[in-house]
Design a protein. Structure first.
Length: 312
């Protein structure tokens, strides 16, 4: 029925999502990432035969009537959506028809230094941008960009964008075994992220068959790498269940949350039933609170509890 609209699909991180594919006929991307589930292709800086904004909006209106309960409208592409030449016009039209829905874009960050792209994306409710590496050697190895794209330029663009974007900014880091799964790469990323100030970081690994012969890492490795990123809201994205759930006392939970907010995914993956009961009691005692960050719940300390723990 639809050419440009797909879904709705249930996203673990953003709720029920209605997707817009800006390059439905062929892959159009300026990266050829090792981990991409799409077949490897020649990198490009253009979308061939880009759809008209009017055609997309027509389908969006029909889909919103058919699926009134969606949470977000997700701008994506069979490649990179910021290559779409009419992106600003599309975003403006989506603002007119979205009603109470949020509009999200999933981008590889390649064009974020472009002032016109920054201006367009600044109108969105949620922007999710990839940043797998902070060093050029790692960036070229994993993301395999079109010639001329420099990671320092991207990081500079991310810092500039954060200054103008007042809504929810999510940074995604995807770990490839043997390439960016090191302390040095995580430390370099942390240094960049301090100035980018994302509202949330999604730290994940390969969980679908990739285009190239590369592998992901396990949950424990993701936990280890998360420690190098500091006290950001970090959501570990991992599909497999833990082999053994853990019993945490209330004090252990408070101590853990003080060091880093715990996402609902952390809780489901690792907390035993006893731990979940202690967590709920801490919520009732108002020692911790739940905070929604771009569709993911995080458990964090109340200010009063944080001060009390610091005083001990």
């Amino acid at each position: 029925m639809f050419k440009y609209i797909f879904g709705p699909v249930q996203s673990r991180r953003f709720g029920l999502s209605l997707g817009i594919d800006l390059s439905p006929d062929t892959k159009s991307c300026n990266f050829d990432c090792l981990y991409c589930e799409l077949k490897s292709s020649t990198v490009t800086t253009k979308i061939k035969n880009p759809p008209l904004v009017e055609e997309i909006i027509k389908e969006v209106k029909i889909a919103l009537k058919k699926y009134p309960d969606i949470d977000v409208i997700t701008i994506t592409s069979n490649g990179e959506p910021t290559l779409y030449p009419h992106l600003n016009s599309l975003i403006c039209k989506l603002e007119e028809v979205k009603k109470q829905k949020k509009v999200l874009i999933l981008s590889n960050s390649s064009n974020i230094y472009d002032k016109s792209v920054q201006k367009s994306l600044s109108r969105l409710d949620i922007v999710k941008l990839s940043l797998d590496c902070a060093t050029q050697k790692c960036f070229k190895k994993i993301d395999r960009p079109v010639e001329g794209i420099d990671i320092k330029k991207i990081i500079g663009g991310l810092k500039e964008f954060r200054k103008v974007f007042k809504n929810e900014l999510v940074i995604e880091i995807l770990i490839v075994k043997g390439i960016n799964d090191t302390k040095s790469e995580m430390t370099a990323l942390k240094k960049a992220l301090v100035d980018i100030k994302p509202d949330r970081i999604d730290l994940g690994t390969i969980d679908r068959p990739p285009a190239f012969d590369v592998k992901g890492v396990g949950f424990q490795k993701l936990k280890e790498l998360r420690e190098y990123l500091g006290s950001f809201n970090v959501s570990i994205v991992y599909k497999k269940e833990a082999e053994k759930k853990v019993d945490f006392s209330k004090l252990q939970i408070l101590s853990t949350i003080r060091r880093r907010p715990q996402s609902n995914m952390d809780i489901e993956y690792l907390f035993s039933d006893k731990s979940k009961k202690n967590l709920q009691e801490l919520l009732l005692e108002k020692k911790i609170i739940k905070k929604d960050v771009a569709g993911v719940l995080f458990y964090t300390l109340t200010q009063s509890e944080d001060k009390e723990i610091l005083s001990k």
